[in-house]
Design a binder for this molecule. Structure first.
Ligand code: SAM
Length: 241
């Protein structure tokens, strides 16, 4: 998968690409990241990328032409057709189902806004989808792009080692529940003792306990997810036990 990032600060790409799962996915050839700076496509001595908003008011708005030329250059860098995603607080909320859909795309171009945002005409002409990472306002789209890249990279086949398998993770586990709690050594600690069932070696009992914990946590913390989960009769019994 290829991800191009259109940003006034494309060096941020090197930061996220150098670490952990995203770094490994790159090394393994599972994702390729490239940054593109609209300033490189701006005209004039000052290479201006923004201007004042029509109608007055505070802040600046990103100009159409440098962004358009930058997106065109990113598109032309690879023959596969690319979905253009504008990171925006006004976009659809990002969730794991959306991440899974994005992870199946051959190419993404992530457009990061700054200032008051991007001229609306550029969005109408070039953007396929607007995505928000939450109901708060960031000063730029780069952190939101990093969130998308990380979430999408770890779903590429071969990006995670077995120990980090995504199948048990919150939202990806059976029914889209939250994950169960996890423990490691030591068994006894001043902060508590590991639940006995996890040391029993009885895989069926362990699976049952984990499912019950996942159901209980989801019920307590995110009851909205249970409505979508399509619980089995056995799940309902575990939840009520
Ligand atoms: N005036 C815009 C509004 O109120 O909708 C906010 C602009 S914000 C200061 C600058 C840029 O940060 C946006 O163009 C967008 O790319 C990014 N951004 C801010 N909050 C975001 C969020 N919650 N999710 C994704 N991107 C966000």
């Amino acid at each position: 998968m290829r991800i191009d990032i259109v940003s006034l600060f494309p060096e941020f790409v090197a930061q996220i690409a150098g670490h952990g799962v995203v770094g490994r996915a790159q090394e393994r050839g599972l994702i390729a990241l490239q940054g593109w700076n609209p300033r490189d496509y701006a005209e004039g001595n000052y290479r201006r990328v923004d201007d004042r908003p029509f109608g007055g008011g505070p802040g600046m708005v990103m100009l159409i032409d440098p962004l358009r030329a930058c997106i065109a250059a990113a598109r032309a860098a690879d023959p596969a057709s690319a979905k253009v995603v504008y990171l925006s607080p006004q976009g659809a909320p990002l969730n794991q189902a959306k991440v899974r859909a994005l992870a199946d795309e051959p190419r993404l171009i992530l457009l990061c806004g700054r200032y008051e945002g991007v001229d609306e005409r550029l969005i109408a002409a070039e953007v396929d989808e607007e995505l928000s990472i939450g109901d708060y306002v960031l000063s730029g789209g780069e952190l939101a792009a990093a969130v998308v890249i990380d979430a999408v990279a770890r779903l590429q086949d071969g990006a995670l080692n077995d120990a980090e398998s995504a199948a048990q993770d919150s939202f990806d586990a059976d029914g889209g529940l939250l994950d169960c709690p996890h423990y490691t050594r030591p068994v006894e600690h001043e902060l508590g003792t590991v639940p006995e069932v996890l040391m029993s070696g009885n895989h069926a009992e362990i699976a049952r306990w984990r499912r019950q914990q996942a159901l209980g946590r989801t019920w307590l913390r995110r009851p909205d997810l249970l409505d979508e989960a399509g619980l089995s009769k056995a799940d309902r019994e575990l939840l009520e036990a």
